[in-house]
Design a protein around this ligand. Structure first.
Ligand code: SAM
Length: 198
């Protein structure tokens, strides 16, 4: 069985409609096999989204590893400008469908890590892939700095059993790090980029 970040050896498509209320707004999300959290909104993703003060977010946002789209679609539903990327083509097709269903606009494209990303963002927001291993996870979290404006934020969720505390310690070498939320072992971590990058 393929992992949720692979494009080969996928199970036959079996789309399913799920619903989620996020910060008092109702969303419909189509999910499928071989896409992260196919049974509906993941608790880590929910913790991340509930901890974000959308009224205080301005500028360009990148939803890294969008899956079927809950993070970017939630943010776009608040009128924010959102790019959404994933390596998983099935996930990207669902995101396009879900953006239409929820009547939001977003720029949705395939990218392996940041290879097709050309802009700098005010926010990179993600429930990052963990099963890809520490090397790729760290590439996603540390390389994010190159795609953030000075003062931009990388905001992500990680569970304590997935090494949240040591990840925070390592990220503190590069970013100004704050923990926004802790809920049932999930940490929402805000990393501010203090550097001007080129
Ligand atoms: C934990 S899931 C989160 C999905 C979605 N944002 C959510 O919260 O439901 C992580 C996502 O990262 C994607 N991903 C894994 N490796 C990637 C890579 N190298 N480049 C881009 N996306 C990747 C996976 O396909 C998956 O959709």
């Amino acid at each position: 069985m393929a992992h949720y970040f692979e494009n080969e050896g996928l199970a036959k498509s079996d789309e399913k409609s799920t619903k989620a209320i996020i910060q008092d707004k109702l969303f419909t999300f189509i999910t499928d096999h071989n896409v992260f959290s196919k049974n509906g909104l993941d608790f880590g993703t929910r913790t991340l989204l509930e901890s974000i003060d959308v009224n205080n977010i301005k500028g360009n946002i990148l939803d890294f590893g969008c899956g079927y789209g809950p993070i970017g679609i939630f943010l776009a539903s608040h009128g924010l400008t959102v790019d959404m990327i994933d390596i998983n083509i099935r996930a990207l097709n669902l995101t396009k469908k879900n953006a239409k269903i929820n009547k939001v606009h977003a720029n949705i494209f395939e990218s392996n890590i940041y290879e097709n990303v050309v802009k700098k963002y005010d926010y990179i927001i993600t429930n990052p892939p963990i099963r890809v291993g520490k090397k790729i996870l760290y590439e996603i979290l540390f390389e994010a700095q190159k795609y953030l404006v000075k003062g931009g934020h990388l905001i992500f969720v990680i569970h304590k059993d997935q090494g949240a505390k040591s990840v925070v310690k390592d990220l503190e070498k590069k970013y100004y790090v704050k923990i926004l939320e802790k809920n049932k072992g999930f940490y929402v971590i805000d990393c501010e980029n203090l550097l001007t990058t080129c």
